[in-house]
Design a protein around this ligand. Structure first.
Ligand SMILES: C[S@@+](CC[C@H](N)C(=O)[O-])C[C@H]1O[C@@H](n2cnc3c(N)ncnc32)[C@H](O)[C@@H]1O
Length: 293
């Protein structure tokens, strides 16, 4: 049976408040089953208002009058299913978020990787769950500093920065690299001057940095098409939405995909599962190095 198949249930309002569209506790449960099945994201009953707030615009856009009808609609319509996922994911991010990770990367990971590139070696970095791109662009700005020549050298070398997310809408924004001016306030001024320009009341990331980022759609729960290992993986502030078994499975797969000695950066409120922790040495705040083996 599809996760969206209708199940009997009382047509009560979970929040007990009048709403534009009928939204019962059973509707919430079916949406929660759907987003858990598709993305591993937990939406317990306490998130009913959030679910309503995020999907009501979609119910309206589809010219429907109830969540029950919307659920039936996304069961049939793959494009609307993706729009529902886009609406339900939390994409909050910022430039230089948890800046200690970029400091660590620059001091402890980048010198050896940069040396390897100079020797015509290969370097692979993955920003997993990159949202609207601030995370991979921050990393590139940190690596290049104010020197465009470093970016040009990266473009000529065997360097790849893969940036992935589940949400197609957010990936389009990431690839466009245009942000509200306030968004750039956390970028140090010399970097902002070097790598961003004002366009149509927005700030735009320099094309050189945009070309250095490969944005791809990837569901962390599904098969990963990439081959080879990564030298560093940033997988930050996505595992908080997952349950323990999902986190453990994901962390195991991330560990498998890291080269020995490679670095894993996770979000400030995230932890390694007990079965995965022995594969790493903790080398900083939410910063782990894969034990060379
Ligand atoms: C809060 S943002 C984190 C962005 C960035 N890593 C940071 O720390 O600022 C979480 C991102 O995870 C993505 N996401 C959620 N579930 C996912 C899944 N199963 N596979 C891939 N990405 C997922 C969401 O679309 C969202 O953009």
């Amino acid at each position: 049976m599809s996760a969206l198949a209708a199940r009997p249930g009382p047509a009560t309002m979970p929040a007990g408040r009048p709403t534009e569209f009928a939204f019962s506790a059973d509707d919430h449960r079916r949406i929660a089953d759907f987003v858990y099945g598709e993305a591993g994201i937990l939406m317990p009953p306490g998130k009913a208002q959030l679910v309503y707030g995020r999907l009501a615009p979609r119910v309206r856009a589809c010219r429907l009058t109830s969540f029950a009808d919307y659920i039936a609609h996304i069961d049939r319509d793959a494009e609307e299913r993706q729009r529902a996922i886009d609406a339900l994911t939390t994409n909050h991010t910022s430039f230089f978020r948890e800046a200690h990770h970029f400091d660590h990367f620059l001091e402890h990971a980048w010198p050896a990787l940069d040396g390897r590139l100079a020797d015509r070696g290969r370097v692979r970095i993955w920003s997993a769950a990159c949202s609207s791109g601030e995370e991979p662009y921050t990393l590139l700005m940190a690596m290049c500093g104010t020197q465009r020549g470093v970016g040009q050298r990266l473009a000529r070398s065997d360097f790849r920065l893969l940036a992935t997310d589940l949400s197609t809408e957010i990936l389009a924004a990431a690839a466009a690299g245009r942000y509200a001016p306030d968004t750039a306030k956390t970028v140090p001024e010399p970097l902002r001057r070097t790598w961003m320009r004002d366009v149509d009341h927005q700030v735009e990331v320099d094309p050189l940095l945009r070309e250095l980022c490969a944005f791809r759609k990837l569901n962390l729960l599904e098969d990963w098409p990439m081959r080879g290992t990564f030298d560093a993986i940033f997988c930050r502030n996505v595992m908080i939405y997952f349950d323990e078994p999902t986190k453990e499975r994901l962390q195991t797969r991330l560990a498998d995909r890291l080269a020995p000695g490679g670095f894993l950066y996770i979000g400030h409120s995230e932890r390694l599962s007990p079965s995965v922790a022995p594969r790493f040495t903790c080398v900083g705040r939410t910063t782990f190095q894969k034990v060379a083996a």
